[in-house]
Structure formats: structure tokens, C-alpha cells
Write a protein that binds this ligand. Structure first.
Ligand SMILES: [Fe+2]
Length: 125
């Protein structure tokens, strides 16, 4: 199988604020403009293409990132530093907690547009 997810559009209230948020919180390279998009690339060659929703209603999406233990500490540290709310579950009922599914660590938080982000150190299996 040679099919790989290459890019996805992340509808945002403010594409600059959103792209900067991802780059800073995840420790990724600075966003680069591509047409109307602001692109942020992750390690497995997937581009997150931030686009202003321009008045369209934003449908909440869920984006999950597999990270190392060290990256989890760094990213989660930035989440807490920013005073963001975080949850152990996608239903956002266990506030201020993380989970330990599959022998790793996982946590959920929101981006500036309300998309639900997740970092995990072990993939779902
Ligand atoms: Fe998930």
C-alpha cells in the first residue's frame, strides 16, 4: 500500500494565529505561505494547511499527533504554560488529567478555533 495522507485543510478563525499556535505548541518549523494557505508540516510529510474560514461555520475536527515521551513533556509543558484547558478524554469530561492508554500518555486540548487536538506517545492498537 503506497497511499499516504499528504495534506489537509484546517479551517480556522484566524489562520495566522492558528498556524503560529501549532508551530509554537508542537515545536514545529514556522508556517510557510502557499497560495491562500499557511502550511505547517509534521514529521511524516503531512501538511496542515491553515485557511481562514471567512465567515463559514467551523466544524470541529479532531487531529491526533503521535509524539515521543520527550516531545510529550515539551508540548504538554507549553499547553500548561499557556493556561490551556486539557482533558484525559475526547468527551472533555476529565479536565486537568491525562490518560495512560496502551501503556503511554495521552491528553486532549483545543486549538484557537476549537478543533480538538490530541497528543499520544503510543498509537491506538
Ligand atoms: Fe483520537
Amino acid at each position: 500500500m503506497a497511499i499516504k495522507l499528504n495534506h489537509t485543510i484546517v479551517h480556522s478563525l484566524d489562520q495566522r494565529e492558528a498556524a503560529k499556535f501549532y508551530a509554537e505548541v508542537f515545536g514545529l518549523p514556522a508556517p510557510s505561505p502557499f497560495g491562500p494557505f499557511l502550511d505547517v508540516n509534521v514529521a511524516n510529510e503531512v501538511t496542515l494547511a491553515f485557511l481562514n474560514a471567512d465567515g463559514m461555520e467551523i466544524q470541529m475536527q479532531h487531529y491526533a499527533f503521535l509524539v515521543s515521551e520527550k516531545e510529550f513533556d515539551q508540548i504538554f509543558g507549553r499547553v500548561k504554560q499557556r493556561g490551556l484547558k486539557y482533558w484525559a478524554d475526547p468527551g472533555q469530561t476529565q479536565e486537568g488529567e491525562i490518560n495512560h492508554h496502551f501503556g503511554g500518555r495521552g491528553v486532549y486540548f483545543q486549538d484557537p478555533s476549537g478543533h480538538l487536538l490530541e497528543i499520544i506517545t503510543k498509537p491506538y492498537s
